[in-house]
Design a protein around this ligand. Structure first.
Ligand code: SF4
Ligand code: SF4
Length: 301
């Protein structure tokens, strides 16, 4: 069995307790306007192109069977994606690093071997492995097998999820996941659909059922100035947190615009006009608003 993974990040400290290795799955059922990892969304490998790194050697032209790469007389590089079949041959030849492929097939054993390289750090910090994405539940058989293998190794396990998956799959993972990092993006169902492409009905049903079934949960709340940081949603976060018996904390995830550059490298439009990082003043306001409405610990991540 193989999983399509777009990154394995070591020494992560914001995706669960302690020092962790985060395995990023490719594929997501949502299309959040502010997505920080747009290369995670599609279920296929994708080519990212950074024109500023291109040295005009022309090796990709020779490698590409579909003739997607063109070099002009002034050395300008045109990447015509319409016929690209994501084979990755061009990126393999690009020693300048201008072309990269997001998405590589791994076996469970390959991922576990990489994760176990840092076992000593997990043991000393209370860390472990985190499955993230994208959405790990989109590749459920691989996520299940990876978590089973992590259990055999005695690793602490976290699953970061948007919640848009059948509950029968979450149920199977209950004995294998120590902590769910569960996204909560908008309280109003229509706003949720506008911001992410789906309403939040299934997501909320799953969240409540996980809580009833005893899962430990951290609520992860991306907040985007002027988009979903209204007082109604902040009250909604507090309300849902107050209703969960097994919630550990609320993590606020302030918007940053780093998804824009990745979208450009993928040849896509970035859907938001926001170019600035969220100010400290705004984040402090969010924290204060939430802390006044809930006793659940709130922190920014
Ligand atoms: S192989 Fe890389 S550096 Fe060479 S022309 Fe193609 S993109 Fe540019
Ligand atoms: S991924 Fe394959 S088809 Fe696409 S541009 Fe590169 S070599 Fe051509």
């Amino acid at each position: 069995m193989h999983g399509l993974i777009f990154a394995i990040e070591k020494f992560a400290i914001h995706d669960g307790p302690g020092i962790r290795t985060v395995v990023f799955f490719k594929g997501c059922p949502l299309r959040c306007l502010w997505c920080h990892n747009p290369e995670s969304q599609c279920r296929q490998p994708e080519v990212l192109f950074s024109p500023e790194k291109c040295i005009g050697c022309g090796w990709c032209l020779q490698a590409c069977p579909e003739k997607c790469h063109l070099l002009g007389t002034e050395g300008e590089h045109k990447f015509e994606r319409e016929h690209c079949r994501q084979c990755g041959l061009c990126a393999r030849e690009c020693y300048a690093g201008a072309l990269e492929v997001a998405g590589k097939q791994y076996t469970v054993a390959e991922v576990i071997a990489i994760v176990m390289q840092d076992k000593v750090f997990y043991d000393h910090s209370g860390g472990g492995i985190t499955l993230s994405g994208g959405e790990p539940m989109e590749q459920f058989p691989f996520a299940l097998a990876l978590l089973q293998a992590a259990r055999k190794q005695g690793l602490h396990t976290c699953l970061e999820t948007c919640g848009q998956a059948p509950y029968r799959n979450f149920r199977q993972l209950l004995p294998l996941v120590d902590l769910f990092l569960y996204d909560y993006k908008a309280t109003d169902p229509e706003m949720h659909r506008e911001f992410t492409g789906v309403n939040n009905e299934l997501i909320l049903t799953n969240l409540r059922q996980l809580d009833r079934d005893g899962a430990k949960i951290i609520l992860r709340c991306p907040l985007v100035p002027g988009i979903n940081d209204d007082s109604g949603h902040l009250a909604g976060i507090a309300s849902i947190a107050n209703s969960l018996r097994h919630i550990q904390q609320i993590d606020l995830e302030p918007y940053h615009p780093l998804g824009r550059g990745k979208c450009q490298r993928l040849g896509r439009e970035y859907p938001l006009a926001l170019d600035e990082f969220t100010t400290e003043e705004r984040i402090s306001g969010w924290l204060a608003a939430l802390q006044s409405q809930t006793a659940v610990p709130v922190q920014r991540s």
